[in-house]
Design a protein around this ligand. Structure first.
Ligand SMILES: Nc1ncnc2c1ncn2[C@@H]1O[C@H](COP(=O)(O)OP(=O)(O)OP(=O)(O)O)[C@@H](O)[C@H]1O
Ligand SMILES: [Mg+2]
Length: 238
């Protein structure tokens, strides 16, 4: 069953049509890469898939147990917003909280695991505004992982990262795919494009190509041994 379906979807900002006539579906366990020139509409498409934007034409429907995890394109956190790395990753567990109850032991374990996966456990007490660009980016990805959604949307997550950090994100994406998560990622990185199951290219807000490919490094090690698994579907709509 598809996780995200675009039906003739488009999006217009007040002064500009950013996306038009997009009909696509994104499936569980599949790694889709979105590529295209600056301004071609990648971030807009991802925001529609995440439910952060609503289409101004057509429709976008999402089938998922909870809101998609959306890691936005690289940003900085202003000094006026005090927030530690741990607090930022804990925010990923907010959709799992009942009411305003504190995080449970399970939530804390998931947060700790997400920080480990991104190699930021030593930064837990640091302010976001004091992090380097790559540390900040890994924190946002850890927050996305902590959400344990069955849809993971990443907007240029590896841009500007060093080789080791890049590899941490690649490994995390592989693990999420093994759990059956639909991963939708925008990138300009040729190695990441080669590794994906599917490559969609945007040109001036339209899909110009949509190619399924055998990944350059086949995931022969896919197995069901990882804990977690994808929760049931149908409980959340944007
Ligand atoms: N908030 C906004 N208000 C008005 N226009 C916008 C806004 N955000 C994006 N646009 C415009 O919409 C179009 C698509 O932008 P989008 O950010 O989706 O492109 P992108 O492919 O993600 O680019 P990049 O590779 O630079 O991240 C561009 O023409 C851009 O100028
Ligand atoms: Mg973008």
């Amino acid at each position: 069953m598809s996780s995200v379906i675009f039906r003739n979807a488009g999006y217009a900002y007040p002064d500009r049509q950013a996306l038009a006539d997009v009909s696509l579906s994104f499936e569980p366990g599949m790694h889709t890469v979105l590529t295209g020139k600056n301004g071609s509409g990648k971030s807009t498409l991802l925001a529609l898939a995440a439910g952060v934007l609503r289409p101004t034409q057509g429709a976008v429907s999402v089938t998922a147990s909870r809101r998609p995890a959306f890691v936005i394109q690289q940003t900085r956190t202003p000094e006026s917003m005090p927030c530690t790395v741990r607090m930022a990753v804990e925010m990923g567990r907010w959709p799992h909280r009942r009411g305003l109850l504190p995080l449970r032991a399970l939530d804390r374990r998931v947060v700790a695991a997400a920080m480990m996966r991104m190699g930021i456990e030593d930064l837990a007490g640091r302010q976001l505004s004091e992090l380097s660009g790559g540390q900040h980016q890994r924190t946002l990805v850890a927050q996305g992982l902590a959400q344990e959604s069955d849809i993971l949307i990443l907007d240029e997550p590896t841009a500007g990262l060093d080789g080791a950090a890049h590899q941490l994100i690649r490994s995390a994406v592989e693990e999420e795919l093994r759990r059956g998560v639909a991963v939708i990622e925008s990138t300009h990185d040729l190695r990441d494009i080669e590794r994906a199951d599917r490559v969609i290219t945007l040109e001036r807000g339209r899909v110009s190509s949509d190619t399924r490919q055998a990944p350059a490094a086949p995931r022969l090690d896919r197995d069901e041994s990882l804990s977690g698994g994808v929760a049931g579907t149908g409980g959340w709509a944007p």
